[in-house]
Unconditional design. Structure first.
Length: 367
């Protein structure tokens, strides 16, 4: 009996050792996510776009019904009232259908910009985290050196406490940077349909291209011509004019003609105000972009200087002419310069996209 048990034990042991162990793979762990792919995933996931598709389908049915009503108006008492109502309803439903179609384009544009912001925010959070690690490493080394220096009487108690405080601050910053990475990825993942803990590899690089505007006023006017919000305001004014032109004097339930004239004036004023507000927003965006382009030039100069300084410090360190602390300081300065530079490039591109499609404009997000 003991021999049988021993044989079974040996067999089980050999199977355990010789059988290769397989692990469940996390498909997202090594997932390479381009910006275009992220946009595609977000559009596919969006319930709002699906709702708009339903709204368009419904609006098409309503418009077809309104058109049929116009075609089958019978002759009877007060036909002008029925004609006026039918035509006004047809114009309104047609405008609603066109607006639904435009709203889908607007939502797609907003989604693309939102994905860009979330995508680059995750990259920025990663960069900030790497910077925080460098700061933590340097602060820890500074504190260790301070301890030795204090023990040998080279620095004062206050200098030691200062180094200790710097180390604590760096540790806190490291923890906060890690949380920012988690939050940034969660925001992106929620938008494109990945799990909150997924960490796709973000490979997209953003190239800096200055805003090319020969004439600011002409460019703004051209952008405004394609603005859906302005189109809607103008169509509403047109609808009120149609209602006024089809005014029925025989309808016992009609509103005063003067009231309809006021509706036209109000709608026209709203259209003018929509244009004014959009022009102001575009001018604001333009000035913000110009400021960022000035900042870009300064950041580029700072980055080039930091790169040159780091190469010099690196060579000195390799030749034994520079301390580890001074080398780490130069490395940290370079990382800061690279990080600041990237943030300006991302913000510039985001504002530039908004300038060309101002219906995606959210003033609060630019503050």
């Amino acid at each position: 009996m003991k021999k049988k048990i021993s044989r079974l034990t040996l067999t089980f042991f050999l199977l355990l050792v010789l059988t290769p162990i397989t692990y469940a793979e996390d498909s997202s762990a090594e997932m390479i996510l381009t910006l275009d792919k992220a946009v595609e995933m977000a559009l596919k996931k969006s319930n709002k776009l699906k709702e708009i598709d339903y709204d368009i389908e419904r609006a098409e049915e309503v418009r077809k019904f309104a058109a049929d009503k116009v075609n089958i108006i019978d002759v009877g008492p007060d036909p002008a009232v029925r004609v006026s109502t039918a035509i006004t309803t047809l114009v309104a439903t047609d405008m609603g259908l066109q607006m639904m179609k435009k709203s889908k384009d607007v939502e797609i544009d907003k989604m693309k910009l939102n994905v860009f912001k979330k995508y680059t925010a995750a990259i920025t959070a990663n960069n900030d985290f790497e910077l925080a690690k460098l700061q933590q490493d340097k602060a820890k080394r500074d504190w260790q050196i301070a301890l030795l220096s204090y023990d040998t009487g080279l620095i004062s108690w206050s200098q030691l406490k200062l180094a200790e405080a710097g180390n604590k601050t760096a540790n806190t910053g490291y923890g906060l940077a890690q949380k920012k990475v988690d939050e940034a990825y969660q925001d992106l993942n929620n938008l494109i349909g990945l799990k909150p803990g997924d960490r796709p590899i973000l490979t997209e690089s953003v190239e800096y291209v200055p805003l090319e505007v020969d004439n600011r006023d002409n460019t703004i006017t051209r952008i405004m011509d394609g603005n859906p919000a302005i189109w809607l305001a103008e169509q509403q004014a047109n609808l009120e004019r149609v209602r006024l032109n089809l005014y029925s004097w025989t309808d016992p339930y009609r509103e005063p003609y003067e009231a309809k004239e006021i509706d036209v004036d109000k709608a026209q004023l709203s259209a003018v105000d929509a244009k004014r507000q959009m022009r102001e927003s575009l001018n604001t965006l333009y000035l913000q972009i110009m400021q960022l382009e000035d900042n870009y030039k300064m950041a580029e100069q700072g980055l080039r200087a930091a790169e040159t300084e780091f190469q010099v410090k690196k060579l000195q360190y390799e030749l034994g002419m520079l301390s580890k602390q001074d080398y780490l300081a130069a490395e940290l300065d370079l990382a800061k310069a690279q990080n600041d530079f990237s943030k300006i490039v991302y913000q510039h591109e985001s504002l530039k996209q908004t300038f060309y499609k101002p219906w995606t404009y959210d003033p609060m997000s630019m503050m």
